[in-house]
Design a binder for this molecule. Structure first.
Ligand code: ASP
Ligand code: MG
Length: 460
């Protein structure tokens, strides 16, 4: 068995997403990647097997509605048992967790209620299964490894179920615990516990964020996000066939892209990495020798080139019209407080003398916020819109960007519903009708990445 004492210096975090732990073949590949990295004392963070988190959410819904959930649970158990079998691991390894999960679902079915707290507890099983599976495989492959639930590795969060955030002292807690682990810790992504001992989750796609939290706490030299694509691309390859791979980008660019809809990283991932200035690398576990995208603090010269086009569908624009807004201080605060109270996240804002327009996600709980806003303003909500964003440090270096971008929309005859630029000058975001978004993304991609625009930067 390849042994080492983990000691106080992990040098690298390896995070594997759902498809990279999605079956026996991917898990074998994961084993080889971990083995190669052993000299760098890795810690491994894993997601649930692909599809499992969604299945768990579905189980919660079925039980709550009083529908039968047994088949769905059977499918989920079977998915893990098959993987255990194919990897020739102990067949009963996960049985205690399967039992615990079944009891929980029975409980939900009985009372027909699933609070955010219970839902987090329920969906946490996905990652708790996969760490045990992965650690057992690593041990079988001769690598000393220990499965750990993130909360047993120091990840304590606030009690914001569904979108929990780490407490300020997690670095010390994590460091204290992990520095005495022998071998490779294999830690659950996505989940934590609050101080009262309730399991929490960091939100959809949150395992990337976990990886970065652990990496920052241990001051590693690199956080590697192993996924099923070559890295960050110039556009969503499902929309643009000719989307190109981006070798290097900045934290600021990656944050903007993640926030504005690129699926490759959870938007909060960059926060701990920026704090400790740790590079993040996005790699393809199905093509482990490919360089991947490196995300760093600062770019120079041509590296500042425009990077990518992201888009988010099904967003809404909320228009708040209040004629006396002019010269009225505190208006923005009043509006913002209502959105905050109802936990509606705002992506983008535009103002005029008499109105305030903002975009919100499709699932935002708008109704209650709307009712409160109506007490002092007229409120209009437009739906079926898409938010597009063009990201690159170069946007602040040249003067012709708006002309290029809006030249494309003008040629396509697409009307712009809302624009935002200037908050960080590396991102131009705007809203169009959803039915037009593919056309605009393809047109922009052609102009920005296929039309010889990759000329040297103009000087400032
Ligand atoms: N399993 C969780 C999800 O599907 C977390 C993650 O994969 O990052 O969202
Ligand atoms: Mg992910």
């Amino acid at each position: 068995m390849e042994k080492f004492f983990f000691g106080s210096v992990a040098l690298i975090v390896l995070k594997f997403g759902g498809t990279s732990v999605g079956g026996s073949e991917p898990i074998r590949r994961l084993g080889e990647i971990v083995r190669r990295c052993l000299p760098e004392k890795p810690i491994v963070v894993v997601s649930a097997m692909s599809g499992v988190t969604n299945r768990l959410f579905r189980l919660a819904d079925l039980a709550m509605l009083g529908s039968s959930w047994e088949k769905e649970l059977e499918g989920l158990v079977e998915q893990h048992r098959r993987c255990l079998g194919e990897l020739a691991l102990e067949p009963a390894l996960l049985d205690p967790l399967f039992d615990e999960l079944e009891k929980l679902i029975e409980g939900i079915g009985l009372i027909r209620e699933c609070t955010p707290r219970t839902r987090d507890y329920l969906v946490s099983f996905g990652e708790r299964f996969s760490v045990r599976l992965v650690a057992a495989h690593l041990r079988k492959a001769g690598i000393q490894a220990l499965a750990l639930d993130a909360f047993d590795a120091g990840l304590i969060t606030n009690s914001h179920f569904g979108a929990a955030r780490p407490l300020p002292d997690v670095d010390a807690r994590i460091h204290g615990i992990l520095s005495s682990v022998a071998g490779v810790p294999v830690i659950t992504g996505y989940i934590g516990k609050d101080e009262a001992g309730n399991i929490t989750t960091l939100g959809c796609g949150g395992s990337d964020y976990s990886a970065s939290i652990f990496g920052a706490a241990l001051d590693v030299k690199e956080i590697q996000i192993w996924t099923d694509v070559d890295g960050v691309m110039t556009a969503d390859p499902r929309i643009v066939k000719g989307a190109k791979f981006i070798p290097k980008m900045s934290f600021a660019e990656a944050s903007e892209l993640a926030f504005y809809g690129a699926k490759v990283l959870h938007p909060a991932t960059m926060i701990p990495a920026v704090r400790k200035n740790i590079p993040i690398r996005v790699l393809n576990s199905f093509r482990p020798d490919f360089e991947g995208t490196t995300i760093v603090a600062a770019l120079t010269g041509p590296e500042r080139h425009v990077k990518s086009i992201a888009s988010k569908d099904r967003i809404s624009v909320v228009n708040i019209i209040a004629p006396p807004m002019i010269f009225q201080y505190g208006f923005l605060e009043r509006v913002a407080r209502i959105f905050a109270k109802h936990e509606v996240v705002i992506d983008m804002i535009a103002t005029s003398e008499v109105s305030l327009a903002m975009t919100v996600d499709p699932n935002a709980p708008l109704e209650k916020a709307k009712a409160e806003l109506k007490e002092f303003a007229e409120v209009e909500v437009k739906t079926e819109l898409s938010l597009l964003s063009v990201v690159g440090e170069e946007l602040q270096d040249r003067t012709d960007f708006l002309e290029i971008v809006f030249g494309v929309t003008a040629r396509l005859g697409v009307r712009i519903e809302l624009i935002s630029y200037g908050a960080t000058r590396n991102n131009l975001a705007f809203v169009v009708k959803q039915e037009k978004v593919r056309e605009v993304v393809m047109g922009l991609h052609a102009s920005l990445f296929e039309g010889g625009l990759e000329r040297p930067l103009v000087s400032r």
